[in-house]
Design a protein around this ligand. Structure first.
Ligand code: FES
Length: 171
């Protein structure tokens, strides 16, 4: 009697083994498919950019076309304003004021040396970035500046907007 059952037992065993292998293969394939949906690297551009040593920035305004920012230096203090128009994103153009003036921005004194004009649809901004004419819905952004710990370069964080009283002072 046990001789008759042997082929059936072997068949059952092989069927179970095959089914188990199939489930394992499907599980591995499903895992690989899900993993392929998650990229191994981030393609987001870095938001922190080294701009160069502070001495590369003369007193006044320096426009950085790659970052589309305007970096201002007054003595040992720096601040940076976005050159991206808040209407539809064109790059604003800086125009020197015939008579620079000192004003207050967010409670801190600020020397205004320029105003900013958008060539696309005519928006105008004061030297502190405040929108004063045209379709621009809000002021130009100010970004956080810092000095790199390793080489002392000026660093901007294009994802970190700051209030208009922000200043970075060279120690
Ligand atoms: S993009 Fe600057 S006014 Fe339209």
């Amino acid at each position: 009697m046990s001789d008759e059952k042997q082929p059936t037992d072997r068949r059952d065993f092989l069927l179970k083994l095959g089914a188990g292998a199939g489930v394992a293969a499907i599980t591995v394939q499903a895992g690989a498919s899900l993993r392929s949906l998650v990229p191994n690297v981030s393609y987001d551009a870095p938001t922190t950019v080294k701009l160069g040593p502070p001495n590369d920035f003369p007193d006044g305004l320096k426009f950085l076309p790659d970052e589309r920012v305007l970096v201002f230096r007054e003595g040992n203090t720096f601040h940076a304003i976005s050159a991206v128009c808040t209407h539809l994103g064109c790059t604003v153009r800086a125009e020197a004021l015939p008579n620079p003036q000192t004003t207050e921005a967010a409670g801190a004194p600020l020397r205004l040396t320029h105003r900013f004009l958008c060539p696309c649809h005519g928006s105008e901004y004061k030297g502190d970035g405040t929108n004063v004419a045209g379709p621009a819905p809000k002021p130009l952004a100010w970004f956080r500046l810092s000095f790199a710990a390793d080489d002392g370069q000026l660093v901007i964080d294009l994802a970190d907007e700051v209030d208009r009283d922000f200043r970075l002072t060279l120690g």
